[in-house]
Every structure is written in C-alpha cells, then in structure tokens.
Design a protein around this ligand. Structure first.
Ligand code: AMO
Length: 429
C-alpha cells in the first residue's frame, strides 16, 4: 500500500485504506478513545483508537515515537482537514528511551534558548522551528535559480587555507600535516580567481570566524552565499545583481515556503527596483556620527534601517563608498577619490546582511596595497600571482544565510534560526 502523507489525508476517499508514517506528535487518552496526532514532514493527521484497536495488553506509543499507521480514512468535520484515520494498526518503528525535553505538541515552544539549542536535534522537530529552516531552504533555491539563469557556475572552494582573507585576527588555526593552516573565513580569493575561469561564479558553503564576541548576530560558523562576476564597470553593477538575487530569494520563499511564511507570520520584504542608496559619508551624517568614523556601528545600522523605512518604505538600504582603509585590501578604491572605496553593504531591517565591492584586478595594485598595509606577501602569493594572468575587472558580494533568515522572522538572536550554532561557548550538538 502506498504511503499517504499527512497533508494528503484530507483528499483521501472515506472508506479508503491508508498508510501513514511519522511521529506521534500528541497522544490524548480519554475514557473510551485515544487520539493520536501523527506528524510527518508535510503536516499533522488525526488517528482515533477505540478499545480493541490495540492488541491486548499493548500500550499506545508515547509522543515522539516513529510509527506506521494503517487504517481507514474516515470523514470527521472536527478532524484537521476533515478526515481522520480509524480502525488503525499502530506499529512503533523504534522506541524512544526518553520523553522529549520540551513538549513538542504545544502550539508554541516555551523553552529558553539554551534549552532549545542543547536539544536541537529534537526541538527542530517542532513545526514552528522547522518552518524557519524551510525559509532558509527556499531562499537557497531562489539564490541558485536566479544565478543559474544568469550564466553563473556553482563552485566549491577549499575550507582549509593558508591565509586569512578578511582580517588577520578572526581565524581558527588548525594543524595541517605539521604546519599551520586556517579554516576559511570566506571563499573570497577563490571566487575572484575563478572569475578568470568561469566569468561568473557562486558558492554556498560554511565559513568560519573565530569571533571573540558574544553577540546576537555573530556565529563562529555560518553559511555564506558568495557571488562574484567579471567584466563589471563598477560596484553599482554588482549591487544590481544583488538586487536580483534578493528579489529571487523573496519570490522563492513566497512560492515554496508559503505555509512556513504563514505559520511564522513572516512579513516578506518588498524589494524596490532601485534599492535606496546612501554614500557612507552621508550615512554618517544621517545618524549623527563623527565624519572620521571608520565604520558603521550596529546602532547606526539600526538607525539607517529606520530611515529607509520612513523615507522609502524599504526594509533594505545600501550604503556604498566605505573608507578604503577600513575595508579589506582587495576592495577597489574610488578612482575619483581613493580615500573612499567602491564597496557597499546591504542593510536589511537594521542589520548588515551583505558586504560587497568591486575588487582590485591588477597584479601591481595587489603588490602595492599589501606593502602599504604592511602585510607579509608570502601567504597571499598564490592568490596575487593569479592576477598576472589576466583577470578582468570584477566584483561580488556575500550574504550571510542565518542573518537573512534571522531578519526575515525578526528573531532577537541569530541562534534561533541556526540549526546547530557554533559560538564562543558551543561546540555541540
Ligand atoms: P563579510 O565579512 O562582511 O564579507 O561577511 C559577509 C556577510 O556574512 C555575514 N557574516 C556573519 N554572519 C554570522 N556570523 C558572523 N560571524 C558573520 N560575519 C559575517 C554578514 C555579512 O554581511 N568576503 C566578503 C564578502 C565579499 O566582499 O564578497 C566577506 O566575507 O551577513
């Protein structure tokens, strides 16, 4: 007999035999009846046991037991979807040794964040938890679809590398056959040199940051959605690509994760044709920060998010032209005033979601900038040497997946939307 998924039970013909597989979501034992709510990946279904449905002496399986239920589809207006399973044979497929750490059948999870995280393998089963990752999965689909349709090639780059890419301090060092290596902070160098092969590349993968701070928006490992494209005139072309990608992610969430959107009450952002854009200099003025501030603080980003909503009705705002000295060495300076760079950040609901830039593409510029910044050439040699073989003007960006989902659901803490977060204190589960 074919498996019926819980969400399809409502379309079963009354009297039809059905076979469900899932977990016991809730068991309610009344005087004459026992109600089992079975949960599978598609939803919930009600099973009704009457005396005699269980073999003599057998107990009804407790919550979170994986079960197979074979029974009869029966119309009942009070059941979810109007159909329930009656006269069932319930077979436990494995016997949980423990009761769940939190009651997963309750409509909302009332456990503290540490409890949710300590028991993540179980607590992610809750429909509201699962829904968050459904947003992530749909977003990834949208990200890939837009880029696949636009001539990009998906790549995978090494995660064991010989130099830091973003800043010297925040790297995890590992022993690589007796010499030091690092866990990649980003695929930055590889995506740039692969522009020399494929013109347009993207990568979805884990990156590692030895973040010394305990904040609600930093993880020690996160999923980076990296994009790099060749033959660009300036960073504005890169921002235009970013706009399409974000619009595609929102569209995919709306289309593929509509029930998660509904369950979580997600307010999907409207992505304007032209993203509101401010120069860094003007952004500082707008938030009342001193002119010589090298970067935007989280409070500034929050204020810019409020400004974008008040002035443009937009959840998104681009800040471009950060000071060259405060961006990574590979950022392209503004040719009209090299104090500023052709870099940008995208702020989503008051939090930095994306960093990007046009990059340097000439070998001599890399050699000069590394010397100016006092960096040792050797760890960068293989990357920089690639620029001697003809890499076109290019640029790109990276989106932090967990930040994206975090802002979509307006979570207070990035850990709420991360399957198995890694941070200063957490290495398990
Ligand atoms: P950056 O370091 O700004 O840029 O990172 C890009 C985006 O990644 C996310 N992010 C993080 N998410 C969770 N925890 C962290 N510790 C963390 N750090 C960063 C943010 C951020 O905007 N190579 C450049 C990108 C590029 O220019 O293409 C880079 O990695 O959403």
């Amino acid at each position: 007999m074919r498996r019926t998924h819980c969400s399809d039970l409502s379309t079963a013909t009354p009297g039809e035999p059905v076979r469900l597989q899932g977990w016991v979501h809730r068991r309610r034992e009344l005087a004459a009846l026992t109600f089992l709510v079975v949960r599978d990946r598609t939803g919930l279904a009600q099973v009704v046991l009457r005396p005699g449905d269980l073999p003599d002496g057998a107990a009804c399986p407790p919550e979170e037991t994986p079960v197979e239920v074979v029974g009869t589809a029966t119309a009942n207006p009070q059941a979810p979807g109007g159909v329930e399973v009656t006269s069932p044979t319930v077979t436990a497929l494995s016997e949980p040794a423990d009761t769940p750490p939190v009651e997963l059948w309750r409509p909302t999870l009332s456990a503290s964040l540490p409890t949710l995280l300590d028991h993540a393998a179980t607590t992610w089963r809750h429909p509201l938890q699962r829904a968050k990752w459904e947003l992530a999965a749909a977003s990834l689909h949208g990200f890939r679809s837009v880029l696949d349709a636009d001539g990009f090639t998906e790549v995978h780059s090494p995660k064991l590398v010989e130099s830091a890419t973003e800043s010297g301090a925040n790297v995890f060092e590992v022993d690589y056959f007796g010499r030091p290596a690092y866990l990649a902070q980003s695929p930055q160098f590889y995506k740039q040199v692969l522009v020399g092969v494929f013109e347009r590349v993207y990568e979805v993968g884990p990156v590692f940051r030895a973040e010394p701070h305990d904040t609600v928006r930093h993880l020690a490992e996160y999923v980076s959605l990296d994009v790099e494209l060749g033959f660009v005139r300036d960073h504005r072309e890169v921002v235009a690509c970013l706009r399409e990608v974000v619009a595609g992610m929102v569209a995919a969430v709306a289309e593929r994760a509509s029930s998660a959107v509904e369950r979580l009450g997600v307010r999907l952002p409207v992505v304007p044709d032209e993203l509101p854009t401010l120069h860094f200099r003007d952004a500082l003025r707008l938030v009342g920060a001193p002119d010589d501030e090298p970067d935007l603080a989280p409070a500034h980003e929050r204020a810019l998010g409020e400004w974008a909503m008040a002035e443009h009705g937009s959840d998104l705002v681009v800040v471009e032209g950060y000071p060259t000295a405060s961006r990574a060495f590979y950022s392209h300076p503004d040719p009209d005033d090299p104090h500023w760079s052709r870099s940008f950040d995208l702020i989503f609901r008051g939090v930095e979601l994306v960093s990007g830039a046009q990059r340097l593409h000439r070998y001599e510029d890399y050699v000069r900038v590394l010397a100016e910044r006092g960096y040792d050439y050797a760890p960068f040699a293989s990357y920089v040497e690639s620029f001697r073989r003809g890499i076109p003007p290019h640029g790109g960006f990276a989106i932090g997946l967990e930040r994206w989902v975090g802002r979509l659901v307006e979570a207070a803490n990035i850990r709420e939307v991360t399957l198995f977060p890694r941070d200063l204190h957490r290495l398990a589960p």
